[in-house]
Design a protein around this ligand. Structure first.
Ligand code: ATP
Ligand code: MG
Length: 575
């Protein structure tokens, strides 16, 4: 390829619309353009990167026994009604109707379609396991499309589905995928971590997320350097801390507390620590059948984990209740609400609450609190569960060593689905005794376009992107300082030709631009190697080879330059 022909309209100015580095750099490097909110056009450089990521994924899926298929994007509502998800998937589903008013959706994921295929075509235990996958556009009407390709409404995903005879088979398939994912992200040249995750709306009972580590990541990960435990904070188990073990229960006392609204106000007024305050939060839980207002009590120094709350309630969504709703239910303003004397409202307590013997709570009466509150004695504990967010420094739930924290971008997610879809959709096979059995499923996704963005979030500097060699749009750029100069042009053309013959992905900057412009573009786009052909080095029969990643620059003889770079690339790809 020659840059004179390349459609990569680079921008010098910072695009105003971009919120994160990857979005900004992809716009500036002429890789993507926004078509509409959450929907992007990929220009040639982006397409090359996506293709490379997809190739690595494809090789690893095939190696693990996966078979590639192509499933339809347009999916009939009937299948989604059969699985029960037509009603529960919510506004993220792009729904449409055909000319006969039949309902369809654009596939956000393909459990229904693949289960329908397999139940029709696979009947015997001899045909199992099956690992089927595709790499394709997915459609999700995200509530907040943002961060460019990271959270788009149309994006590229690899999704694989496993069908096994039993739980042991699923375990084997899951392991295979875990290893395949590890190889995929290693081969992409990314720093990542596999963490325990919440299975979310897809269901099932076990899952891992693959997180590319980057400060800009939306996900918080806690991990233990001692035993290797690592989890998304949404999922990380909290160890309840004993905080009042040497206190005895005392009498409940109503105290006038004018203007004491927050945890900080409470600690100052009562001369206590936040650990001695019991916070009461009201949530609206939304079920298929209706809504319920619930009260959640948690220690004053802790935060609610809404994912844990949602799972515990088994509802579709949870939302903080409005001030008006809280006032209607308790008679008090937020700041003075508490769990004592609530009528007809379930009280869910975080696991640390029953360990308290004397707490402070709002009295459900403006400007009053109770102290000496004994959970269980003074208010009912309708349900007790781990409902809080774990923080760095807390003990590891497995070994007790203090947990560390970092930020990650979720690029892959693997789930054990079990029989959720096979039972809803009657996907049976006949076992070796001729008995009907439900197939046991798993599903495994990689965000291909998100992986491209995540690679940039992890690898960039002030001048632009620094592509890992394995997923770079081109591996090498050949830049003659002046293409008009006969000698420089001849050397550049020769090296270009030699590199092509060596199977290196090379681009030649044949533009009649100033050297500075060419260097800026090369750095912005982030080619891993740049061969610069300038008058000074050429006098000594040399060219300059710089590495975008390490910033190192080597002088190499013209005759050896192509081999030299080809070797470097080979080493990087196979180390
Ligand atoms: P998130 O929690 O980020 O919304 P998810 O749990 O909805 O992700 P999955 O349904 O597990 O995601 O999808 C598999 C993979 O697809 C994710 O790991 C992610 O890499 C990618 N992905 C999901 N949603 C998007 C999106 N809106 N834009 C780009 N990639 C996405
Ligand atoms: Mg999502």
């Amino acid at each position: 390829m020659r840059t004179s022909q390349l459609l990569a309209p680079t921008l010098r100015e910072e695009p105003a619309e971009a919120e994160v580095i990857s979005h900004r750099l992809m716009l500036r490097a002429g890789m993507i353009r926004k078509t509409t909110s959450g929907v992007y056009t990929y220009l040639p450089l982006a397409q090359r990167v996506l293709f490379k990521i997809a190739t690595i994924i494809r090789e690893e899926m095939n190696r693990a026994g996966g078979q590639e298929v192509a499933l339809p994007i347009i999916q009939p509502a009937e299948l989604w009604q059969e699985s029960g998800r037509w009603a529960v998937y919510g506004d993220e589903l792009f729904r449409l109707q055909d000319r006969h008013d039949r309902d369809f959706c654009l596939g956000p994921t393909h459990e229904e379609i693949i289960t329908d295929l397999v139940r029709g075509e696979v009947h015997s235990y001899k045909q199992l396991p099956q690992l089927l996958y595709q790499i394709q556009n997915k459609y999700r009407d995200e509530r907040r499309p943002r961060f460019g390709l990271m959270r788009a409404r149309e994006f590229i995903m690899k999704d694989l589905y496993s069908f096994d005879r039993d739980a042991a088979g699923l375990e084997t398939s899951y392991r295979k995928m875990y290893e395949a994912y590890t190889r995929v992200f290693q081969r992409c040249g990314l720093k990542f971590r596999a963490v325990e995750a919440d299975p979310g709306a897809i269901g099932g009972n076990a899952s891992h997320e693959f997180m590319v580590l980057a400060g800009s990541g939306e996900a918080v990960i806690v991990y233990c350097n001692e035993c290797g435990y690592a989890a998304n904070v949404e999922k990380a188990e909290a160890r309840p801390e004993l905080s009042q073990e040497d206190l005895e229960p005392c009498d409940l006392e109503l105290v006038s507390t004018p203007g004491v609204r927050t945890v900080e106000d409470g600690t100052a007024f009562f001369g206590i620590t936040p650990k001695e305050i019991i916070k009461t939060l009201f949530y609206e839980a939304e079920y298929e059948t209706g809504r319920e207002l619930v009260a959640v009590v948690i220690r004053g120094d802790r935060s609610i984990n809404e994912v844990k709350l949602l799972n515990r309630l088994g509802c579709l969504r949870v939302e903080m209740a409005s001030e008006a709703r809280i006032k209607e239910a308790t008679g008090a303003n937020p700041g003075f609400v508490g769990p004592i004397g609530l009528q007809g409202i379930r009280i869910l307590a975080d696991a640390e609450i029953p360990l308290m013997v004397q707490g402070v709570v709002g009295a459900n009466q403006d400007n009053y609190h109770y102290r000496g509150v004994n959970p269980g004695r003074d208010f009912p504990l309708d349900d007790v569960a781990d409902l809080r967010i774990v923080e760095a420094g807390e003990p590891c739930p497995k070994c007790g060593h203090p947990l560390a924290e970092s930020y990650g971008i979720e690029v892959g997610h693997i789930f054990k689905l079990g029989t959720k879809y096979s039972s809803a959709m009657n996907a049976y096979y006949l076992d070796d005794k001729g008995q009907k059995q439900l197939m046991v499923m798993g599903c495994y996704g990689i965000g291909v376009s998100r992986t491209m963005a995540a690679a940039i979030e992890q690898n960039y500097d002030a001048n632009g992107i620094k592509w890992p060699v394995a997923i770079a749009p081109f591996q090498v750029i050949v830049v003659p300082v002046s293409y008009q100069d006969d000698q420089q042009r001849q050397v550049a053309e020769m090296l270009y030709e030699q590199l092509l013959n060596l199977g290196v992905e090379v681009i030649l900057d044949d533009r009649l631009e100033r050297a500075g412009v060419k260097f800026k573009d090369a750095d912005l786009i982030g080619y891993p190697y740049r061969i610069t052909i300038g008058p000074k080095a050429l006098k000594e029969g040399q060219v300059e080879i710089s590495c975008r990643f390490t910033d190192q620059c080597s002088h190499v003889k013209v005759e050896e330059a192509a081999e030299w770079v080809a070797n470097q690339i080979h080493q990087q790809l196979h180390s």
